[in-house]
Structures are given as C-alpha cells and as structure tokens.
Design a protein around this ligand. Structure first.
Ligand code: ADP
Ligand code: MG
Length: 232
C-alpha cells in the first residue's frame, strides 16, 4: 500500500512537471524555429552561418538534457532496495565524477570512517549524490575543493557535501529543489529537485548552509540502517 501511495504521488508530481517541462522546452524550440526559418529563406549572411548553427545545436542539446532528466524521474519505479555500504558507494561516485573535477581543477576529497550502511536503491542514491557534487564542482571558479563526508549521528546517516565555490544568498538557497530554477546558462534546473525527491522518498531531508563567496554545504540526512537489517 505504501508503494502504491508513493506511486500515486509520483504520478501527480510527474504530471505537474510535464506542464512545467512543456513550458521550459518551448523557449529553445522557438529559438530553433526562428533560426531554421532564416536559413530556409536564405537570410543568413555567409559569415554568420556557423555561429547560428552552433546556437541551434546548443538549444537542441538543452532540450535533450531536459528530456533526459525528466525521464529519469518519470521512469516507473523498480524498487531495488539493497544494503549499501557507504564507503564503497562513495568510491564509485567519485570514480564517476572525478574526470569532471580534474577538468575544472577541483580536488575531490572523501572520508567515510568505518563501515556505514544504508538501505536504498544504489542507482538512485548515486544519482542524488552526483547531482549535488556536480553542482559543487560547477560552483567553483579556479581551483577548489569538493569534500564528501559520511558519518553516523544516532540513528541518522549524514552525508555532507561541501564545496569552496561561489556560494548562495539566503534567497538563492531557498529556491533549491524547485523545478527549473537555474542560474546557469546551460542549466536544466532539475538536478537538485531530483536529489530532493530521492531523499524525501527515503524519509530523509536535506539542509543547506551557504555563504556568498565562501562555499556551500549540503547535508543529506537519512535513516541509517544496521548491517543485515533490510528496511521495508
Ligand atoms: P542546474 O545545475 O542545471 O542549474 P540544479 O537544480 O542542479 O540545476 O541547481 C539549481 C541552481 O542551484 C543552480 O543553477 C545554482 O544556481 C544553485 N546551486 C546548486 N548547488 C549549488 C552550489 N553548490 N553552489 C552554488 N550554487 C548552487
Ligand atoms: Mg545541476
């Protein structure tokens, strides 16, 4: 029954999002239509063609990433809960995100003292962490550090993701998790929303502290699980 409620809630959210997504995709499509019309009518000077085609390609890839992220949310839920060892999961996540960090001169540090367990779908938890870590790396201008730290506090598992990036004002922080909120030129504004949803689905929560010019810390608080104990 709980699964059914979650499913129904999810369908509702997905429906609401579909409307927002249609709106969001319309902007790039309008741009693409405008340019293709100009091309058809041969109204684009020779020396501008490449630049305009580049713009069309960028808008298309924006549409593509909005759809990809939306689909990952709308996918029917294959509940694949397992007992996750956090040290192992963090290593896997770092392997995925490290090339992006190297590219942006961001050093990635991690600390998972002693084995800690979480009962969840590893694919979703990875997606949740990667979305937040990717934002952390993108927030850093020049050199910086992204640090992920996992610890147990009473019955909670606390995952902290801290960056030395540009930080956010309280107003900006309060918008986190809203669909399509983005301050980036090529952002989709879906990453944090998806991460928040995943955490809520596990009866957890996310708290954020941030200071403009200093950096940001995301704390993901989840019910911890003991080894061999599968929560349902
Ligand atoms: P996107 O990354 O596509 O913009 P997200 O949902 O992942 O969408 O993030 C939404 C917005 O939240 C970002 O555009 C950015 O303004 C802000 N944000 C998220 N994480 C951070 C961070 N670690 N530091 C600064 N700003 C952040
Ligand atoms: Mg993002």
């Amino acid at each position: 029954i709980r699964q059914e409620i979650q499913r129904a809630e999810k369908m509702y959210i997905v429906g609401e999002l579909a409307a927002a997504m249609a709106h969001e995709i319309r902007n790039p499509i309008t741009v693409i239509q405008g340019f293709t019309q100009l091309f058809i009518k041969n109204q684009i000077p020779e020396n501008k063609r490449e630049e305009y085609l580049q713009l069309v390609a960028e808008e298309l890839s924006r549409v593509e990433s909005i759809i990809t992220e939306y689909l990952s949310l709308a996918k029917p839920e294959e509940e694949a809960k397992t007992q996750i060892e956090m040290g192992e999961l963090v290593r896997e996540v770092i392997m995925i995100i490290e090339p992006f960090g190297l590219l942006k001169n961001v050093e990635i540090q991690s600390a998972v003292p002693s084995p800690l367990y979480l009962s969840a779908d590893p694919v979703k938890i990875k997606q949740c962490l990667i979305n937040i870590m990717k934002n952390g790396i993108e927030a850093i201008e020049g050199n910086g550090v992204l640090r992920i730290h996992v610890e147990r506090k009473n019955n909670d598992l606390v995952i902290e993701i801290r960056d030395t990036g540009i930080g956010m004002t309280p107003e900006e922080t309060s918008q986190l998790g809203m669909p399509f909120y983005s301050t980036k030129k090529k952002g989709t504004g879906l990453g944090t929303m998806i991460s928040y949803r995943i955490v809520e689905g596990l009866n957890g929560r996310i708290s954020v502290t941030s200071e403009k010019g200093k950096g940001t810390c995301f704390s993901i608080i989840l019910p911890a699980s003991n080894k061999d104990e599968l929560l349902c």
